[in-house]
Design a protein around this ligand. Structure first.
Ligand SMILES: Cc1cc2nc3c(=O)[nH]c(=O)nc-3n(C[C@H](O)[C@H](O)[C@H](O)COP(=O)(O)OP(=O)(O)OC[C@H]3O[C@@H](n4cnc5c(N)ncnc54)[C@H](O)[C@@H]3O)c2cc1C
Length: 455
């Protein structure tokens, strides 16, 4: 292996593969290293629900959906109470339509617009996805494309240990195999696409104590390597308290039940059989709320109509196949099966049906349009989880890593390695903020690396 052959080294074969494919398409030779031998079924991109938000796309035009980057930015502003990095939010909103068009046309990924439900906070249908709605399908496809590309070499397991600089400019990398054999390669550009620090309990406890005791459902190699390497080079970091939580992980199988259950009309009750918060605020912030309930768990209650709608998700089908769906003809029977007070559950289901039908205000202040639940009922035990951290290295609109607000020439970061656009805490996370930051920043980094003005 001769590093001088590579114009770009990408560390992390999740969203980082987008950078490899785009840079190769533009004429660069790219080396991709991933620390995890099993990254194709272990990293966050492989685990995700494959919802990619994009504004002003041809799929939206075909469906008659009015949207624009400005509208997307307004939604980000509203969800984050204006605390997201504005420059980055604009860069990602503006590249989003080009990104999904490129995924479809250049990478032959068969995308479709999700129109059957909308995640909290999006004012337009803008999530683009694939059949099965699972990230493993996208990742498998990107891996195949990367392996087939003559300008791309993919090596796993191989970790990025350090990025070397000469006169503050990236000049090489130190990479290592799991048995400790390390090697230095010369390269002018490195993309850190190694995700955040969700798998490092101590870092999570330090920065995000509210979720530190919850289950971590994300890549096991998300150990904060980008943060360590970047900071070692003097890079700025920010938003380290930001994270994507999720309230709907199946307690039984640790598989994602999904928030479509709720947005279609499902409710969440605790072990007292009572609702306790407006479910439509968002699954991310709902994780910490659920963690605060008795036993740190709850149940999503849906009906057969919603079950049928959610079968569009591979993950939901896996939860069902794993036997996690508890069925009952009536609210009373369901309460018995769940072991919760039947008067409470009957009361909550009846009130939720009335509010969904517009007959009375919702007890928890929920205002979204939804299907009124009718029996037979289905309940799924859920547990809160941390999915990924959203803070990281400060980057500009080209994904360049900044130190004292100036780019470190040749150093880029994307996805969980970089700051996101979710502001602080869990509440600013708008569905899709993970992938748009991972794929979008990778795409922007590749274009910058391959441009004549790259510096
Ligand atoms: C269940 C689930 C559902 C989700 N659904 C969605 C969704 O629908 N939409 C959305 O926008 N987001 C979603 N997310 C979040 C989304 O998955 C992530 O934000 C995104 O995939 C992160 O991409 P990444 O490239 O930063 O990280 P990853 O995909 O995790 O890739 C990082 C890679 O870096 C490797 N690595 C780590 N350290 C090193 C090192 N030192 N050297 C070399 N390699 C290294 C890892 O092995 C890994 O393969 C979901 C997350 C989960 C867990």
């Amino acid at each position: 292996m001769d590093g001088s052959d590579f114009e770009l080294v990408v560390a992390g074969a999740g969203g980082g593969l987008v950078a490899a494919l785009r840079a190769a398409e533009l004429g660069s030779n790219v080396l991709v290293v991933d620390a995890d031998e099993h990254f194709q079924r272990g990293n966050n991109t492989s685990m995700c629900t494959a919802m990619i938000p994009a504004a002003g796309t041809r799929w939206q035009r075909e469906a008659g959906v009015a949207d624009s980057p400005d509208r997307f930015i307004a939604d980000i502003d509203r969800k984050t109470a204006g605390t997201a990095d504005r420059r980055l939010a604009r860069a990602l909103a503006e590249v989003s339509a080009r990104l999904v068009t490129w995924l479809a046309d250049s990478q032959a990924i068969d995308l479709e617009l999700v129109t059957d439900f909308r995640y909290p906070g999006h004012s337009a249908d803008r999530c683009h996805t694939i059949t099965g709605r699972h990230g493993s399908r996208i990742l498998r496809h990107l891996v195949q494309r990367a392996h087939a590309h003559p300008r791309i070499e993919v090596i796993a397991p191989m970790s990025l240990r350090e990025v070397c600089t000469t006169d503050r400019r990236v000049s090489g990398v130190e990479i290592a195999t799991p048995d400790g054999h390390s090697e230095h390669l010369a390269t002018p550009a490195v993309l850190l696409a190694t995700n955040g620090f969700g798998a490092d309990r101590a870092l999570v406890r330090q920065w995000i104590p509210e979720i530190a005791d919850s289950h971590y459902h994300g890549g096991q190699f998300s150990k904060g390597d980008a943060l360590r390497i970047g900071r070692g080079l003097g890079a700025d970091s920010a938003y380290l308290d930001a994270y994507q939580g999720h309230a709907a992980l199946s307690s039984r199988s640790q598989t994602l039940v999904g928030w479509a259950t709720v947005m279609h009309g499902g409710i969440v009750v605790n072990s007292d059989g009572r609702r306790f918060a407006p479910e439509s605020t968002g699954y991310s912030e709902f994780a910490a709320i659920l963690a605060g309930q008795p036993g740190g768990m709850g149940w999503i209650v849906i009906d057969e109509h919603i079950e049928a709608l959610c079968s569009a998700f591979d993950d939901f089908c896996a939860v069902a196949a794993g036997g996690a769906l508890v069925r009952a003809e009536t609210a009373t029977d369901l309460a018995v099966r769940l072991g919760v007070p039947s008067d409470a559950l009957e009361d909550e289901l009846a009130a939720a049906r009335r509010s969904a039908a517009g007959q009375e205000p919702d007890r928890q202040g929920r205002a979204d349009e939804r299907h009124p639940l009718t029996g037979p009922y289905i309940a799924i035990a859920i547990t809160p989880a941390l999915f990924h951290t959203q803070g990281g290295l400060v980057v500009d609109e080209h994904a360049r890593v900044l130190a004292d607000r100036s780019p470190i020439p040749g150093l880029y970061a994307a996805g969980g390695a970089a700051i996101g656009i979710s502001g602080h805490g869990a509440g600013g996370y708008l569905a899709g903020n993970g992938l748009i930051a991972a794929l979008g920043l990778a795409f922007l980094a590749a274009e910058h690396v391959s441009s004549p003005v790259a510096a």
